[in-house]
Design a protein around this ligand. Sequence first.
Ligand SMILES: [Zn+2]
Length: 262
Amino acid sequence: MKKIVAILIIALMLLPFLFSEKKIAQASNIQKENSDIPEKDGVYDVPGHSNLKVRVFVHNPKPTPTDQPSLVCNLSDPDSNAVVAPTGWHLPSGNWTYKLNIGSTPSSIGSNLVNIADSAFATWSSSSVGAKVAFVNGGTTGISRKGFDRNNIIAWGRTSGSALAVTYTWYYPSTGLVAEVDTIMNKKYQWSWTAYSADACVNSNTYDAQDILTHELGHWIGLNDEYTSSYVNSTMYGYGSKGEIKKDTLTTGDSAGVSAIY
Ligand SMILES: [Zn+2]
């Protein structure tokens, strides 16, 4: 009897360790899952979630011949009728909550990220997705790495290549519903923010955070990148440029792309 009691006591004492080991194992699995996602355009399996896929969009800078910092004013914002193609997924109807990593932003952005994200989501809400999905600011987060953790984050972080930003969308291929989206803006570039107006002046040596983020959010709602010349003025044009703010507004073809999904 004493032996049984002793074994029971030892087993009880070991229980918390067993659980914490399980937790550590789970955490390292999550880490492994995330490090397994290449930072390269493509669709990838999600280890441990056979019903999910993750799509990676890498937004690269458009190669520019010269690099002369100066202020550029009265930028043109031509329209385009070229309809943007769908990715195949859509956000579920109702509230879609996102979290902002204010602490990760460069000092030129800081807490302006709240207004930047608000403006970028509002741009898309003006299209047909606005009638189905309400984008809700769920507050700040300390998470600055992509990962399937049920948090839809916008953060600045290190991206391995030359990407301006990388968006990861986890979705269910069987239903087309999005499970989670993360956007990581690349810390290594210089960022600024100019609220959109027809006669705005922007710094030609920095990337505009609202401009690039609005493009990334197009992936959240299910729009693809476009690279051909008829799309150079579209929000979903696949390259970003310094001093650009025209992606802050949708072209007729961007909106038509959304209407085909929602
Ligand atoms: Zn893109």
